[in-house]
Write a new protein. Structure first.
Length: 293
């Protein structure tokens, strides 16, 4: 499933096409994705202008001139394909190949900017909803989300407070979207390696007895921000080049320090460790048992 950097990369790829443009024609080629499309989906979109294109965690949010917000989630296999001036592109490169089968083109946006954005989703775990802007904070998909890891409010004190008393593993806590929004398996593994913290460590050890953040919490916040910014920057580079996605390996995978590097030497300077793979809560975890404590 795409994580925060991939979703942000897609948002940036869609922004020139959609922001400030009007939905001239919308094709809903089926009535449902993960859930049924909103009632009068096409009618409520056509003629509306996208006044802003943002992101919350792994959701892309298009503010509409009608006062509604189009919420879009890529799910496990969803992707957007952009066609403009005779060129077809996919915003961002990804670790896994994205489908180009027209049989899975479920929603198509024809924009007044002259471009067409096609949502392709073979497994149909993606979703699209229309929500009144004033009700966005009460939207069930968004209301329980934790802070944005790249936002100003996310700091060591906030992370420590969210983890105080938690007896779950640090890996499980970071994957909890109520603790911090948008992180997934790849970037949690990468951030923990950069912070030299074991994924098996108890989450509660980020805080002192009174809940105050310690050095571990500060190092982890810094690592989370760094790995996400590095990944987004890599996606941005691919967007500037407008490279097609032709089934190649993803833009950030060459920079992985731990994820999917089982039995490889640890890249930490002077560390003699070997990257190991374990399973936590049904998910693969990659870490160095020597420098991650």
């Amino acid at each position: 499933m795409p994580e925060l950097p991939e979703v942000e990369t897609v948002r940036r790829g869609l922004q020139p096409l959609m922001e400030g443009a009007r939905f001239e024609r919308v094709e809903a080629r089926r009535g449902d994705l993960r859930w049924p499309l909103p009632k009068d989906f096409v009618k409520r979109l056509e003629g509306q202008t996208v006044t802003g294109l943002g992101r919350r965690a792994k959701y892309i949010l298009a503010d509409l001139s009608s006062g509604e917000v189009l919420l879009m989630h890529l799910g496990m296999s969803g992707s957007f394909r952009v066609a403009q001036a005779g060129h077809e592109e996919t915003p961002g490169d990804f670790l896994h190949e994205r489908s180009k089968s027209a049989a899975h083109d479920h929603v198509v946006f024809h924009m007044s900017s002259g471009g067409v954005a096609t949502f392709n989703d073979p497994r149909r775990f993606g979703c699209m909803k229309l929500i009144a802007r004033g009700s966005l904070e009460q939207e069930p998909l968004l209301r329980a989300l934790g802070p944005e890891p790249l936002g100003n409010a996310f700091d060591a004190a906030m992370l420590a407070a969210a983890c105080t008393g938690k007896q779950t593993s640090l890996k499980a806590a970071l994957l909890d979207q109520r603790v911090v929004a948008g992180l997934g398996n790849i970037y949690v593994c990468e951030a923990l390696h950069r912070a030299h913290l074991s994924p098996k460590r108890k989450a509660s050890t980020l805080a002192g007895r009174k809940g105050a953040p310690n050095d571990r919490a500060a190092a982890l916040v810094e690592a989370i921000r760094a790995v996400l910014n590095d990944a987004i920057e890599a996606g941005g580079s691919s967007l500037r080049d407008h490279r097609r996605t032709d089934g190649e390996l993803g833009y950030f995978q060459h920079a992985f320090r731990a994820y999917d590097r089982e039995n490889a030497p640890c890249p930490t300077r002077r560390c003699p460790g070997i990257i190991r793979r374990i399973v936590q809560n049904g998910r693969s975890t990659f870490y160095c048992p020597v420098c991650q404590k």
